[in-house]
Design a protein around this ligand. Sequence first.
Ligand SMILES: NC(=O)c1ccc[n+]([C@@H]2O[C@H](COP(=O)([O-])OP(=O)(O)OC[C@H]3O[C@@H](n4cnc5c(N)ncnc54)[C@H](O)[C@@H]3O)[C@@H](O)[C@H]2O)c1
Length: 382
Amino acid sequence: MTTTIPTTAPTTTTETRELRVGVVGLGFAGSTHLDAFTALPGARVVALAGQEPARLQELGTSRGVEHLYADWQDLVARDDLDVVSIGVPNSLHHPIAMAALESGKHVFCEKPLAVTGDLAAEMVRAAEENDLVLEVAYNHRRRADVAFLHDYLRDSPIGEIYHARASWLRRSGIPGLGSWFTDRQAAGGGPLIDLGSHVLDIALHLMGEPRVVTASAVAYGELGRAGRGGGGKPVSALSDRPFDVEDFSSALLRFDDGSSLQLQASWASYSKVHEDIEVELLGATGGARLHVDDYSTDGTLTLYSDVNGAPTVSKPAVHVPSGHHQSVIAEFLATIRAGEGASAPRYAGHHGSYALHRSRVVDAIYESAAIGREVEVQGEAR
Ligand SMILES: NC(=O)c1ccc[n+]([C@@H]2O[C@H](COP(=O)([O-])OP(=O)(O)OC[C@H]3O[C@@H](n4cnc5c(N)ncnc54)[C@H](O)[C@@H]3O)[C@@H](O)[C@H]2O)c1
């Protein structure tokens, strides 16, 4: 009898097998996830859930999704999914992620990870205990201008960064007065948790992930409570919901390395802004500013330095294509595939702990605003 000895290592089918995805949510987030997973090789959306029957049918048919559900529970109960992707109101992130992780599925979750840090911590723990990937849609840090700044800062060209300002400010853009967005129980908060968490993420990412140790904050809801600031959009049919979130907040955050961040977020304010995203870094030998005016895609970066003693301003020409969700989802899929070929534990460092820290910071900001003094940001045992 002859035995054939393979001359190369056998290829594993797991490394290239198609990942089966279930998407929950049909709004901006859910449909963006659906399109991103559909466009990427190596993944297939086989199940979709959402509570708008006509849209569910329309998306299911046009994207070729086989299994359609009104409720997330029926989707997560499937035993043939590798991934559950969550694009639903914030308070549902936790129950859906927990059910998915505890039944062995990787999770891609919209920001914020959860409505409180404690719930976010449970999600991270479930991802760790089950050795699964928990990734969060901090898509704005994948903007090409943010990536450019991140690369630029690698060799400290602006010296030690001692302070930063980060803001996402709208003149009149409360998302759905009377919808889940303005109901604290469903959303966890207003523009801070909705928009501020994105610019907080960008600032921490650019500054090298310092830990936030304290927050001193204020929050107001003057416009929203009076029914103003909705940008002329009709008040939702669910308008018996309360407006019990802020429409503006401002916080001073202190970091463990002595540096600090002024963070502001508004859905509505009587000010010159329209839809303004800004992150400004002040360094010992230079500065850098990202300013996205009404989702502009060019001319967003400015660098400040001294050249031969003369104050100098430069404008890197970086174009920002769309598709940041697709970038983070592509990374998420690549992480899962890389782990499939590895030995356990396969996914250390990919359990969402960085997003948990952002949730702890958001908690501290709301607590500080509520009690009127500086509070400590809760840390995790390491
Ligand atoms: N990363 C970003 O840029 C970005 C942008 C927008 C929204 N978001 C986040 O995405 C999430 C959803 O926001 P949105 O604007 O898409 O909201 P949305 O209100 O437009 O859509 C919510 C969807 O959740 C579905 N849903 C609610 N309860 C459900 C249930 N029990 N079972 C199944 N489906 C259910 C609804 O049917 C709806 O399709 C939020 O967490 C929000 O913060 C992120």
